[in-house]
Ligand binder design. Structure first.
Ligand SMILES: C[S@@+](CC[C@H](N)C(=O)[O-])C[C@H]1O[C@@H](n2cnc3c(N)ncnc32)[C@H](O)[C@@H]1O
Length: 386
């Protein structure tokens, strides 16, 4: 595949915003005939993170020095101007110091932000690495030495809107960062992820939690998710945890328990989910108002049936779109999400209470990506009101 072809309903996550180079080969076609790529997302271990943080610090020092020098020069220039107007025609020293021997102005460049460098790095790291043609990646991986600081994800590139789960979205990276920063919070927990897509968030969660139910819809997507879970056993096995890939459709009121349908639930799993779950996750699932409503109905139904209080973590990227209705740039999906969050916080039905709060994003980055300011993380604490 030399270039990505876009249709009017095609979407491409920024994470995959690269045309694969000609020498690369995709790993396979999925059952929908879409090319599948394998990307390796390197986890920044504390050593590499410390390096990035040190660079950030050095940058700030350099930047402050730069500003000081500029400030001084500007002050001197200002003084020079005043002297000029007072009739003393003297070249301002500050300006002279900025000229080279030929009299050309030497522009002192601001040092590059480490995050700008990280962005460059991310463009290398996040770009799909395409493996050998015709051989099964899982088989190949079995023989390979597993590096425990890499998450391997199979995904497609540009997809129609109904297949967005086959790509990785930035909100997933934000949630992965939070999980890896707060691993102790999730140790030995039972966790449910809604709209898990490729499974990257559940896979990260499995480095701490005991059981993770990664749920979504569509056999093809659930197959990809299951493959990704298998590709990343090196991350879950040391923690002794398991990721179970299951079907959970927000547009249906019940769990699918039909044994003839793949990814359906056993009665025991449903009972365990209700008895043990204390954490629910969802990354980047608020892009369509009807689906957002369906998501929150599902969230209410599940949390209402849980035996224990539960923390819900939701990541979202506030996307700006031109809206014909407003004749301006608006984030309608985001506004609807916020309205629905408000409604949830205001529920007073005598059954459930929801406490909603935004979380600060000062936790470190564990994956190299652009943590844009439109990213947000919300926490909901759900408990019974009885
Ligand atoms: C933008 S993707 C996000 C995927 C993944 N969480 C990530 O951030 O990479 C939205 C996800 O919501 C899922 N979804 C959409 N409608 C759904 C429904 N009715 N029930 C369950 N999941 C649904 C999609 O299949 C998709 O995986």
């Amino acid at each position: 595949m030399d270039e990505v072809t876009f249709r009017s309903d095609t979407v491409l996550s920024d994470i995959h915003m690269h045309v694969p180079s000609k020498r690369h080969l995709m790993v396979r076609l999925n059952t929908a005939g879409q090319p599948v790529f394998l990307s390796q997302f390197k986890l920044l271990l504390s050593k590499s993170r410390r390096k990035l943080e040190k660079k950030e610090k050095d940058f700030k020092k350099q930047d402050a020095k730069c500003r000081q020098t500029y400030g001084k020069k500007l002050e001197e220039e200002e003084e020079g101007k005043q002297n000029d107007s007072a009739g003393e025609r003297k070249a301002p020293e500050g300006i002279e110091a900025l000229l080279d021997e030929d009299g050309d102005l030497e522009v002192v460049r601001k040092p590059r932000l480490p995050s700008e460098e990280a962005e460059d790095l991310s463009r290398d790291k996040v770009c799909p690495i395409i493996l050998t043609k015709g051989r099964d990646v899982l088989e190949e991986e079995e023989h390979e030495d597993k590096s425990c600081d890499v998450i391997k994800i199979e995904h497609t590139m540009a997809t129609p809107l109904e297949d967005v789960g086959k790509q990785v979205w930035r909100g997933a990276f934000l949630l992965v960062d939070y999980i890896l920063s707060e691993r102790d919070l999730f140790k030995d927990c039972t966790v449910l992820e809604l709209g898990g897509g490729t499974g990257i968030v559940s896979i990260a969660m499995a480095t701490a939690a005991k059981t993770v139910y990664c749920t979504d819809i569509g056999e093809d997507l659930l197959d990809t998710c299951k493959r990704n879970v298998a590709l990343n056993k090196h991350l879950s096995e040391p923690a002794g945890s398991k990721v179970k890939v299951r079907m959970l459709d927000w547009l249906r009121d019940e769990f699918c328990t039909d044994p003839d349908i793949r990814y359906s639930w056993s009665d025991q799993e449903i009972a365990e989910l209700h008895d043990l779950t204390t954490v629910i996750l969802a990354a980047d699932v608020f892009y369509d108002d009807d689906l957002t409503d369906a998501f929150f109905r599902t969230l209410y139904r599940i949390t209402h049936n849980l035996k224990k209080p539960c923390s819900v973590y939701l990541s979202i990227e506030k996307r700006l779109n031109f809206s014909l209705r407003h004749m301006d740039v608006a984030c309608e999906a985001y506004s609807h999400f916020r309205d629905t969050l408000n409604d949830l916080a205001n529920i007073r039905d005598g059954k459930m209470r929801y406490y909603v709060e935004p979380l600060g994003l000062s936790f470190p980055q564990h994956i190299v990506y652009e943590r844009v300011e439109q990213l947000e993380l919300w926490k909901i604490t759900a408990s019974s009101d009885l």
